[in-house]
Design a protein around this ligand. Structure first.
Ligand code: NAI
Ligand code: 15L
Length: 274
């Protein structure tokens, strides 16, 4: 841990992984309000540093020494980096499972006390749509990607009890500029609500390991955040304005995974290989 600089921001330095990605590009701006310096990282090219308040470091999550160095002098980590779709197990193993392990080890080594972990709704993706769930519902991962997020949540619990590192696991629904299909009318998380969620995950006190579904105030939400009320997450947006464009389209077939499973098409991806 470093001594805070003379700014009145809550953190001296925040590390953001996955900064070149869809959500990383949004949060890169948001986090400026909360830290004197935002250190951003990705394996993919990122826009150049905007000034002294931003450090840009290209880095592979699979490289343990590089991730340990990346987290030096950091106060808290927002971990978004990794593969964000269903892929063969070996790819997921490296970027997501080994990569998240390296993040937690780096936090332990440098005395970092809080991680905001981008988990996913896919840890419960195999539930039928309309089944009400909350953070205590048994997980039903819908693929290797989902398994990696589920393991990440278990890692968070272990590092809390063993080393006192707190985590807020964000089970993000579908965070894009707009819902892309009928399923996402239920799972959509607006960028504005995402920013608010990450702010609460960084600033709320005594979070232990908290699990929260990242979803806007949509009409037909399957997930309750009753066990995460201490975070103070209060989404303001809704997918309702997008509903008419989907209602004009033909209804999905009864066996369409986007109609059956909370995780949609992820639940029927693969098998990979022979
Ligand atoms: P994205 O795929 O746009 O961004 C992920 C970033 O991680 C990419 O820029 C990629 O280059 C980087 N990355 C991949 N492998 C890496 C490695 N080995 N080392 C370093 N960086 C690596 O994904 P998006 O949409 O921005 O999501 C961010 C996070 O939130 C991901 O962890 C994703 O699983 C999670 N999430 C996103 C949702 C969404 O709706 N956007 C929903 C649920 C979870
Ligand atoms: C995810 O976990 C993915 O990262 C994202 O690309 C979306 O597909 C989202 O879930 C979803 O479930 O819509």
């Amino acid at each position: 841990m470093t001594t805070p600089l003379s700014s009145n921001k809550p953190f001296n330095r925040i590390l953001l992984t996955g900064a070149a990605g869809g959500l990383g590009q949004i949060l890169r701006e948001t986090l400026q309000a909360h830290a004197t310096i935002v250190r951003i990282s990705d394996i993919s090219p990122m826009a150049p540093s905007q000034g002294e308040h931003e450090e840009v470091i290209t880095c592979n999550l699979v490289d343990k020494a590089a991730i340990t160095a990346l987290a030096k002098d950091v106060d808290t980590i927002v971990h978004l980096g990794g593969i964000s779709v269903e892929r063969p197990f070996e790819e997921i193993l490296e970027a997501n499972i080994r990569g998240t392990f390296h993040i937690y080890e780096a936090a332990r080594i440098h005395g970092i006390k809080r991680i905001v972990f981008a988990s996913s709704n896919h840890v419960t993706g195999f539930y039928p749509q309309d089944t009400p769930l909350d953070a205590h519902s048994q997980r039903r991962p819908d693929g290797y990607y989902a398994l990696s997020k589920s393991y990440g949540e278990d890692m968070a619990t272990f590092y809390l009890h063993r080393y006192g590192i707190e985590t807020v696991s964000l089970r993000i629904g579908s965070s894009f500029t707009a819902p892309r299909n009928t399923r996402m009318l239920s799972t959509w998380l607006s960028y504005s609500d995402l920013e608010h969620l990450v702010e609460r995950a960084l600033l709320a006190h005594d979070v232990g390991h908290s699990v929260v579904y990242g979803v806007s105030d949509n009409r037909d939400v399957w997930w309750s955040n009753r066990h995460a009320s201490h975070l103070g997450f209060a989404p303001q947006d809704t997918s309702e304005p997008f509903r008419p464009q989907f209602e004009q389209q033909p209804e999905l077939a009864a066996d369409d995974p986007n109609r059956l499973y909370q995780g949609g098409a992820f639940a029927v991806a693969g098998p990979f290989g022979e």
